[in-house]
Structure formats: structure tokens, C-alpha cells
Design a binder for this molecule. Structure first.
Ligand code: PNS
Length: 165
């Protein structure tokens, strides 16, 4: 049984994350999406809200589980009995940080491997930070995140739109 963890902040989940999660879920028996609860940062969405949004997006993918975590990633990976970490690489700018993180995790826990998936070209520019910035200035974010997520962002930012929720 191959179980992998795809960790992240997902504040909010974007089409780029969704692409990586769908592709990673085809490579392993079970994919655990680990949602970081970082007490040092104030996110737009609480960890509970982020977990709920991800669960809604992936309700039809049977081998994807969404679980929040705090503390060290390697401890979380061990606690769910996974063997590897999956990360998406968008562009060369991601590489330095991702390499540092993978090597730190490898030092902390040599049995856990980090596997990188390159994100689809159509999502290589996309980040949660950009989505929030576009939304904050009233731009259309429906090409970056699912409609339900866009509505929740608008709700949080108190932006008037056509959302029912
Ligand atoms: O979506 P993000 O913010 O790029 O994800 C970063 C994440 C959650 C993978 C990273 O911050 C992390 O693993 N945090 C847990 C703390 C940890 O284990 N740090 C040591 C490795 S650098």
C-alpha cells in the first residue's frame, strides 16, 4: 500500500493544487492532503474551512483524504503511515525553497522521500496569494479557483457578487 502526503497551506485551494492532487492520486493507493495549521500566520480561511473546501472539491475521489496537521511535516507523514511527500513545482523560482525543504525533511527522516510533480503549464503562474490579491481588488477569480471557492473568498472579503452562498 503506497500512501503519500501532499502538504500545503491551501489558503485557498487553486486549480493548480487540484491538478497536482488529481495526478498524484493516480500514482498512489492513498493520497493524504495535509492542511497546515500554522499558528504563526493569520490565514484568510481557518484550517477547518480549508479542510471543508478541499473535501467538497474531492468528494468524488475515493483515495483522497484531507487531514489537518500542526508541527513538523515528517511527524505528520509518520503519523498517517505514509512513505512519501508530494510537492508541485511550478517554475524555477519554486526550486530553491522546495529543494531546501526536501533536503531538510530528508535529514530529519531519511526514510521519507519527496517526489515532485511539475504543475501543468496552464497553472504555472498560479498561487493562492495571487488569487487573494486579484479578489481583493475585485478581479474575476473563477478561472483560478472552483466557483464555490471563489464565492467563499468573496464572502470572506465582503465583496458583492453573484454568489448564492
Ligand atoms: O502551501 P505551502 O505554504 O507552500 O506549504 C508549505 C508546507 C506546509 C509544506 C511547509 O511549510 C511545511 O511542511 N510546514 C511544516 C513545518 C515543517 O515541517 N518544517 C520543516 C520543513 S522545511
Amino acid at each position: 500500500m503506497i500512501r503519500a502526503v501532499y502538504p500545503g497551506s491551501f489558503d485557498p485551494v487553486t486549480f493548480g493544487h487540484i491538478d497536482v492532487i488529481k495526478r498524484a492520486s493516480r500514482l498512489v493507493d492513498e493520497l493524504v492532503v495535509g492542511v497546515l495549521h500554522n499558528k504563526a500566520k493569520i490565514p484568510l480561511f481557518s484550517v477547518e474551512e480549508r479542510v471543508k473546501m478541499l473535501n467538497e472539491v474531492f468528494e468524488n475521489l475515493a483515495n483522497v483524504k484531507v487531514i489537518p496537521f500542526e508541527g513538523l511535516l515528517v511527524d505528520f507523514v509518520k503519523s498517517v503511515e505514509a512513505q512519501m511527500v508530494i510537492r508541485g513545482l511550478r517554475a524555477i523560482t519554486d526550486f530553491e525553497y522546495e529543494l531546501q525543504m526536501a533536503q531538510t525533511n530528508h535529514k530529519l527522516s531519511p526514510d521519507i522521500e519527496t517526489v515532485f510533480l511539475t504543475t501543468g503549464l496552464e497553472y504555472s503562474y498560479l498561487s493562492s496569494t495571487m488569487v487573494k490579491e486579484v479578489a481583493a481588488f475585485g478581479g474575476d477569480i473563477t478561472r483560478f479557483v472552483p466557483e464555490a471557492v471563489a464565492c467563499k473568498i468573496q464572502g470572506k472579503m465582503k465583496i458583492k457578487g453573484e454568489c448564492k452562498s
